[in-house]
Ligand binder design. Structure first.
Ligand SMILES: C[S@@+](CC[C@H](N)C(=O)[O-])C[C@H]1O[C@@H](n2cnc3c(N)ncnc32)[C@H](O)[C@@H]1O
Length: 245
C-alpha cells in the first residue's frame, strides 16, 4: 500500500474510532446478550463485519450502518444479503417496527449516540460496546442523564472488555452496556418533558443538599432523602417526581 493511502487509512481510523474487535469471544458475548426473540437488529458502525457475521449466523435480519465508504462496500461484498446503509449513525432513521440495536461504538461519539438512541421509540434493547468508564457510570446511575431517562430505561453493565480485544488497540478498556426499554414506564411518556425538566431543576437547583433543593423547588419537605441529587438511585427519581409535583 502506498504511504499516501496508508496515511488516509490511519486518519480514518482515528477520526472514525475504528478499533475493530478481534476477540471472537467478545463478539459472541455481545450477540448472546440480545434476547433470543428474533427481532430485526440494527448494527451501528458495522466496520469490518465481525459482529455482523455473528448476527447473520444466528439467523437474524440485520441492517448495518457504516459511515466509511470503504467499509460499507466491504460489507456489501462480504454479505450480499445484508442491508447496508452508508450514513452517519447520528442521522440514521431507525426502523418504525420493533427492533434491537447493537454496536461497538466509536469511542469519540458514545455520549451523542446514547442520547440519540434514548430519544428513539422503536427499539426494545441495545447492546453497546463503549469505554469501560462510560459503561460503569451509566450502570451505576448518579448522573443527570440516568435520572432523566430512568422511567423508561434500565441500564446494566455486562463486563469489561480489555483494550487487547481491539485492533488497533485503544487507549482505554471497553465495557458492555445493555440498555433495556421498560415495558411499563415509571412515568407516562406524555410527561417526559415535564419530568426531565424537574430532574434538571433538582440537579442544578440551589440549596444545601437534596432535601433543601427539593423544598426550594416544590415546597415539599421530604424526609429520608440522601445527601445529594447524585446519591438518589435512578428508580427513586420517578417517585420523587410523583410525590412532589
Ligand atoms: C469501533 S469500530 C467497530 C467496527 C466493527 N463493528 C467491530 O466491532 O469490529 C466503529 C465503526 O463505526 C464506524 N463509524 C464511525 N463513526 C461513524 C458514524 N458517525 N456513523 C456511522 N459509522 C461510523 C467506523 O468507520 C467503524 O467501522
Amino acid at each position: 500500500m502506498s504511504s499516501r493511502r496508508r496515511s488516509a487509512r490511519d486518519r480514518a481510523r482515528r477520526e472514525l474510532g475504528q478499533n475493530f474487535l478481534v476477540d471472537r469471544g467478545v463478539v459472541r458475548r455481545l450477540v448472546d446478550l440480545l434476547e433470543p426473540a428474533p427481532l430485526p437488529v440494527v448494527e451501528l458502525g458495522a466496520g469490518s463485519g465481525a459482529i455482523t457475521r455473528e448476527l447473520l449466523h444466528s439467523g437474524r435480519q440485520v441492517t448495518a450502518v457504516e459511515l466509511d465508504p470503504r467499509w460499507a462496500q466491504h460489507l456489501r461484498d462480504a454479505f450480499p444479503d445484508l442491508s447496508v446503509i452508508r450514513c452517519d449513525m447520528l442521522d440514521f432513521r431507525f426502523p418504525t417496527a420493533e427492533h434491537a440495536v447493537i454496536g461497538n461504538l466509536p469511542f469519540g461519539i458514545t455520549t451523542s449516540v446514547t442520547r440519540r438512541l434514548l430519544t428513539e421509540k422503536n427499539w426494545s434493547e441495545a447492546v453497546l460496546l463503549v469505554q469501560w468508564d462510560v459503561a460503569r457510570k451509566r450502570a451505576e446511575g448518579g448522573t443527570q442523564l440516568n435520572a432523566q431517562w430512568a422511567p423508561w430505561y434500565e441500564f446494566h453493565s455486562c463486563g469489561r472488555v480489555p483494550a487487547r480485544s481491539f485492533r488497533p488497540r485503544p487507549a482505554v478498556d471497553g465495557g458492555i452496556l445493555k440498555v433495556r426499554r421498560r415495558t411499563r414506564p415509571l412515568v407516562p411518556l406524555g410527561e417526559q418533558r415535564r419530568y426531565q425538566r424537574f430532574v434538571e431543576a433538582v440537579f442544578t437547583g440551589r440549596g444545601r443538599g437534596l432535601t433543601e433543593i427539593v423544598r426550594n423547588i416544590t415546597g415539599h419537605r421530604l424526609r429520608n432523602l440522601p445527601a445529594l441529587p447524585r446519591d438518589l438511585p435512578p428508580e427513586a427519581w420517578p417517585r420523587l417526581y410523583t410525590e412532589t409535583t
